[in-house]
Design a protein. Structure first.
Length: 375
């Protein structure tokens, strides 16, 4: 039986943001209740794993009440043996209804709160279609502390149209000032099929170019590092001891089980993704049929290349000795040309049995990591 992280997708949101491409839709009580029935059915029929962590993503999981989250946690404990004290994360928006739900979430066993802040700047929040403000975020963090949460994370986005270094620095400083344990900083990505994609096609100059994005990312590295946060992954910073254990399973290429619409799993060497259509998902799950979607077995070069790519995203990088034991591949030999080229360019550091991105390499991480997938 695999030891795995368990991810549960709850796709409903109080509203849908124009840049978001996750499997989501606006809240509808009837559809949300049917989805919950389908999720229970899938959970009961899912492959047996030994759960190590539990992560509720979305969508906005907290559009469901704490009693729903509590029930799902209890089901996961029984079905997958989630141990006491395991990391249980719930994503949330800092809207005004959240504070009253936090004590119930804590009582249910949630011990890590991930808050989708994105920006503290009023203009940028409007640009992103967000409906909270900086005061709402402050109230949310204070309420989380009152409810007993000792592990709070904030998500921020850089590269927002109209954002400059000064406004980004203010958001970073505001997040740091709240004394949270974890901060994620993601570059804005234009996703096909979103309103932002339509806008970008019409007016690409409205969006940040590569040079500005690089300066904003550098500012995050500088500001968060100076505040005592460790950059343990390309987009993630944590105070010592507070790295997200669930996400670390992904980067270590460890097994994980995804439940719900659009959820991804990696079990026994097979990577699979559920259909993103809520109706198709519900119909299959409620009928006891396999959930539609896509799957592939990663073997050979594809499996090894992806493992390297994921590991390079982390501060630890690739431990070449452990990699050789696990995958039977000597990275320094098999990928000698790529490694030599990237080391010479200052993108990789190869020392003490490890292969890591340099600070310079982090700025072009997709290109560096991708080089190991093209052989």
């Amino acid at each position: 039986m695999s030891s795995a992280g368990v991810y549960v997708h709850l796709p409903f949101c109080p509203y849908v943001c124009p840049y978001c491409d996750f499997a989501k839709e606006a809240w509808d009580e009837t559809r949300a209740a049917r989805y919950l029935d389908a999720l229970r059915a899938e959970l009961d029929a899912a492959p047996a794993v030994e759960a190590r962590t539990l992560f509720f993503g979305g969508g906005t999981p907290t559009t469901y009440g704490p009693e729903v989250i509590a029930e799902l946690i209890a089901r996961v404990r029984v079905r997958f043996g989630l141990p006491a004290g395991a990391e249980i994360t719930v994503e949330a928006n800092p809207d005004r209804s959240l504070a009253g739900r936090l004590p119930g979430l804590a009582a249910a066993g949630v011990n890590r709160l991930s808050v989708g802040v994105q920006s503290f700047e009023p203009r940028e929040l409007r640009m992103l279609g967000r409906r909270h403000d900086a005061a709402d975020v402050e109230r949310t963090v204070a309420a989380a502390r009152d409810a007993g949460f000792g592990n709070v994370s904030i998500d921020l986005i850089f590269g927002v149209p109209g954002q400059d270094e000064a406004s980004w620095a203010r958001s970073l400083d505001a997040a740091i000032g709240l004394r949270v344990e974890h901060i994620s900083c993601y570059g804005l990505t234009i996703e096909e099929g979103t309103p932002y994609a339509t806008w970008f096609a019409r007016d690409p100059a409205a969006f940040a170019g590569d040079a500005l994005e690089a300066r904003l990312y550098a500012l995050a590295i500088e500001r968060l590092g100076a505040a005592g946060f460790e950059q343990y992954e390309i987009s993630n910073w944590a105070r010592p001891g507070f790295a997200c254990q669930h996400n670390r399973l992904y980067w270590a290429n460890e097994p994980y089980l995804g439940l719900g619409v659009g959820a991804a799993s990696y079990l026994d060497g097979v990577r699979s993704t559920h259909v993103r259509d809520v109706d198709a998902y519900c119909e299959a799950a409620l009928a006891g049929r396999p959930i539609p979607g896509e799957s592939e077995r990663l073997e050979g070069e594809a499996r090894v290349g992806e493992a390297i790519m994921l590991a390079l995203r982390t501060a630890e990088g690739v431990d070449t000795g452990r990699f050789r034991e696990r995958y039977g591949v000597d990275v320094a030999v098999r990928y000698r040309d790529v490694v030599d080229e990237m080391v010479a360019a200052g993108m990789l550091a190869a020392e003490h049995g490890r292969l890591r991105l340099t600070e310079r390499g982090r700025f072009v991480a997709n290109d560096v990591c991708g080089a190991f997938l093209t052989l």
